[in-house]
Design a binder for this molecule. Structure first.
Ligand SMILES: [Zn+2]
Length: 138
């Protein structure tokens, strides 16, 4: 697993890499690289994107999160890693569903329903990753 962090000073890069490394063993096998970037709009927390063709996860971290306690960063990283298991579903929703569901407002409603369930599943996985990692590593 390769982790690349460049948008922050050396101390922050090391801190982010260490925090993320506690959870990388939970990633699906197709993820070979993680790039951590500063969130362009800095709208809090973190977000992620996946490029399965290149086996890559891009993790976007807010300035606020970077300066938070490690106890606040780890649950966010566990959550973003959990998204690696449903990123394909999100991509399909946004890419293919608008051409399948043409009725006014129906796509938006369908997407909202699916996204809510996806977030619930993601958070369930994140709690599992946090609990098992804490039990394993302390
Ligand atoms: Zn999420």
């Amino acid at each position: 697993m390769r982790i690349v962090v460049t948008d922050f000073d050396t101390e922050v890069c090391k801190r982010l890499e260490d925090a993320l490394s506690r959870f990388t063993h939970w990633l699906p096998y197709w993820v070979n690289e993680i790039y951590i970037y500063r969130q362009p709009k800095d709208n809090g927390g973190a977000s992620c994107r996946f490029d399965k063709r290149y086996r890559r996860m891009c993790l976007y971290v807010s300035g606020e999160l970077v300066h938070s306690n490690i106890e606040d960063i780890e649950p966010v990283f566990a959550h973003e890693i959990a998204h690696a298991y449903n990123g394909d579903i999100c991509m399909c929703l946004d890419t293919y569903m608008p051409t399948i569901i043409k009725e006014e407002g129906t796509f938006e409603l369908t997407r909202a329903i699916f996204m809510e369930r996806i977030e619930e599943q993601t958070q369930d996985l994140a709690f599992l990753f946090l609990d098992k990692t804490e039990a394993r590593d302390g």
